[in-house]
Design a protein around this ligand. Structure first.
Ligand code: FES
Length: 175
């Protein structure tokens, strides 16, 4: 499965509803994008086009905002989201090793890619999530996993995959 199949089905009525509720001048760009991302997990191209067509926000303004703020994603997200903290404490405690280990488990070799090719997991680097004494930390679908070594991170990911019937790196989660 390619990440293209993760593209969201955009409901034009919902996008128009957010525009109606929030506004249509350039100052509305951030809240409209936040509403779209909350709904779809990223900013689908179709939704972006609808905003450009139905507001006074032009494409370069909209994409300028979407690419300026780290909170926005232009690519679809996997079925599960792994966030690895790269704040100072986690960085010092080996957050990079967690990434290496997790990317290996997800079989992601391209450094520009962040989602497993079967659409199961997306790996995201984030700033401090506020529990530095438990560094290094990753969060999968909102659940925090503290004080991890690289191998622990991979083990927790495989366990999560088994529990959610996902397949990773040739490990059949059903086994
Ligand atoms: S630096 Fe990772 S939780 Fe603060």
């Amino acid at each position: 499965m390619s990440t293209a199949s993760l593209e969201a089905v955009v409901d034009p009525g919902k996008v128009q509803g957010w525009i109606n509720a929030i506004g249509s001048d350039p100052s509305a760009a951030v809240p409209i994008l936040q509403a779209i991302q909350t709904e779809y997990g990223y900013l689908p191209r179709k939704a972006m086009n609808l905003v450009v067509e139905n507001t006074q926000i032009n494409a370069s303004q909209l994409y300028g905002v979407a690419t300026f703020y780290a909170q926005f994603r232009l690519k679809p997200i996997g079925r599960h989201l792994i966030r690895v903290c790269h704040g100072t404490a986690c960085h010092v405690q080996g957050a990079d090793r967690l990434n290496t280990s997790l990317r290996h488990a997800m079989e992601i070799e391209d450094p520009k890619q962040d989602t497993a090719s079967n659409g199961s997991y997306t790996l995201e680097n984030v700033a401090c999530i506020g529990c530095c004494s438990l560094a290094p930390v990753m969060v999968i679908d909102g659940q925090a996993y503290p004080s991890l070594k690289g191998a622990d991170a991979q083990r927790e990911l495989l366990k999560h995959a088994r529990e959610h019937n996902e397949i990773l790196a040739g490990h059949d989660a059903q086994e």
